[in-house]
Design a protein around this ligand. Structure first.
Ligand code: ADP
Length: 248
């Protein structure tokens, strides 16, 4: 969609491990502000795709662009992070001995964009940003609670908040609701829907109730390329998708 612009464009990306094609000419694009879910059976290539986007894995062939011009296949991992791609792995990693507020403050201090680290101080602007993020992740009431005392779901939200402190344009999330209660899962869906528009999100997920609640476009990966794409109901009714899921 030219009107809104494309934030991420993968063009025929291939990755092999010892001759095994983890990604096989994978092409997809994500629009600015989009909330996209990536689903697919184990081994479909979802993690490898995230690794290519973040520069952890270099593709054998193909192109990956962030925005219109930034060629991700030429950048190193930290350069890609600084360019505005934030990734959250499945397990929460927060500073358990620090409070929610301090975790968000640390995330801002750790921002490797030099101008921010050099000139960082907890002024009213920084405090305002932390407070805004705490509200987004619904942890305002826990601001001075140690992160180690939070529930699993709250820790996940805090880590998402830490990513948000670094103002990413694209957020990559790997099974964000794994281990969450149903209530936490639904609250997470609301959070992601509220973040879309301002941010672009790519969510790898197995929980179909969550994917349904997110409501965006769904991409089904299989054997390293796109098998189907569309809204959840459409891809779930697709014979090829049914075969891949039931065939295992
Ligand atoms: P998914 O995340 O969809 O489960 P992955 O991207 O993890 O799929 O894996 C795709 C395929 O590539 C799998 O068959 C996996 O065993 C293989 N693979 C992934 N990473 C490596 C690696 N570092 N070395 C060898 N094989 C790998």
């Amino acid at each position: 969609d030219i009107a809104h612009g494309v934030i991420l464009y993968l063009d025929e990306i291939s990755v092999s491990f010892d001759g095994f094609k983890a990604l096989n000419k994978l092409s997809l694009h994500i629009d600015v502000g989009e909330l996209r879910c990536i689903i697919g059976p184990n081994g479909a290539g979802k993690t490898t795709m995230m690794d290519v986007i973040t520069g952890k894995t270099r593709p054998d062939s193909g192109k990956a662009f962030f925005g219109q011009t930034l060629d991700l296949t030429r950048l190193k991992e930290p350069e890609i992070a600084h360019a505005g791609i934030g990734r959250k792995f499945q397990k929460p990693t927060v500073f358990e001995q620090h409070t929610v507020f301090e975790n968000l403050e640390l995330a801002m201090k750790m921002d490797k964009r030099v101008w921010r680290s050099l000139f960082y101080k907890l002024d009213s602007e920084a405090r305002g940003r932390i407070e805004t993020v705490m509200e987004q992740i619904r942890l305002t009431a826990q601001a001075h609670r140690l992160a180690g005392l939070l529930s699993h779901g709250q820790k996940q939200w805090l880590e998402i908040g830490m990513l948000l402190m670094q103002e990413p344009r694209l957020l990559l999330l790997d099974e964000p609701v794994a281990g969450m209660t149903d209530d936490e899962t639904m609250r997470t869906a609301e959070l992601f829907v509220s973040l879309a528009g301002q941010h672009s999100l790519v969510v790898v997920e197995h929980d179909m109730a969550f994917v349904e609640k997110l409501g965006g476009k769904v991409t089904v990966l299989h054997e390293g390329s796109v098998l189907a794409e569309g809204d959840l109901a459409t891809v779930q009714a697709d014979d090829r998708v049914i075969e891949v899921y039931l065939g295992r």
